[in-house]
Design a protein around this ligand. Structure first.
Ligand SMILES: [Zn+2]
Length: 297
């Protein structure tokens, strides 16, 4: 069946509300090239899962936003399942406005490095702009660390992953949501960006308090390296969107290495590419089943 333009473009706000209501999490994948985009969309269509494709400001050095945005918009509009496209960890107003003009329908604005009042001020400015265009906004309160050794472009000292003072304060969460007008809240309760340097220890009771007081769906960053049990627990406590990238990037590369070592004859780049798309698709499918977003489209 041919679907009309915009039919599968779904506001992230509505997607996350549905996930909260029905007890699953929408997977949000960083997709920095065409192979990732194709693999993830194929997985979403096969699993009948809603999905969020995102591009992070720290990844602009690999793929400029202007180049990937039209591809993401096209992928969103051709998909047979609900897709949303999000600017991930937008920090500069230029990236935020550019993403909105290029057709992104969701912005994750990351003001977590600023002190509280400055974070409120900057996030509110983004919400004001976004609302006029019908764009959903995710803000961050507290700080999900990005340690230097984690392979996620981080500058943070490895030791701060244990610093619970960086976790989201549930009471402040309510005020932050009310003052900024955000649609979703990225919260810090023990997850880490990139590869986990030690076994993750999640503060689930804090997560539950954040969820109860925030009044909007809660987002978990740092999904790579958590166990299925961790995912089940966090979804049960109300996480409605989970960001995931590092695990996929490492796993697909490992599979490619194994395959290339085995090849006796020369391999064409397009063969490598098609195998990579298949690998991205398989990993994304598995994530969708783990997040229970399959059959929810
Ligand atoms: Zn993140």
């Amino acid at each position: 069946m041919e679907r009309g333009i915009h039919m599968t473009r779904v506001a992230m706000k509505e997607m996350l509300q549905d996930a909260s209501r029905r007890g699953y999490a929408v997977p949000c994948f960083n997709a920095i090239n065409l192979d990732m985009i194709r693999g993830i969309i194929q997985a979403a269509e096969e699993e009948q899962s809603p999905v969020i494709l995102c591009h992070a400001e720290i990844h602009f050095k690999y793929t400029p936003l202007e180049i990937i945005a039209p591809i993401m918009v096209e992928a969103m509009e051709r998909a047979t399942v609900p897709v949303s496209i999000l600017l991930d960890h937008g920090k500069s107003f230029s990236a935020v406005t550019k993403a909105m003009h290029l057709g992104f329908n969701a912005i994750m604005f990351d003001g977590s490095e600023y002190e509280y009042e400055e974070n409120v001020l900057r996030t509110s400015e983004v919400v004001k702009m976004a609302k006029t265009l019908g764009v959903s906004v995710e803000g961050e309160l507290g700080y999900v660390t990005r340690p230097k050794s984690g392979g996620a472009e981080g500058e943070d000292d490895d030791s701060i992953i244990d610093d619970t003072s960086l976790y989201t304060d549930p009471k402040q969460a309510r005020e932050f949501v009310e003052r900024t007008g955000i649609d979703a809240l990225a919260a810090a309760f023990g997850t880490v960006h990139g590869v986990y340097l030690k076994k993750p220890k999640l503060d689930l009771s804090r997560l539950e308090q954040i969820r109860n007081s925030a009044g909007v769906p809660v987002v978990m960053h740092g999904g790579s390296g958590l166990s299925v049990e961790d995912f089940n627990n966090t979804i049960e406590k109300g996480v409605a969107k989970i960001n995931y990238y590092t695990g996929m990037a490492l796993k697909v590369m490992d599979q490619a290495k194994t395959r290339l070592v085995r090849e006796e004859e020369s391999t064409f780049y397009h063969e490598f590419m098609m195998d990579a798309i298949q690998d991205f698709k398989e990993d994304a499918s598995q994530i969708m089943r783990t997040f229970r977003s399959n059959h929810k489209a």
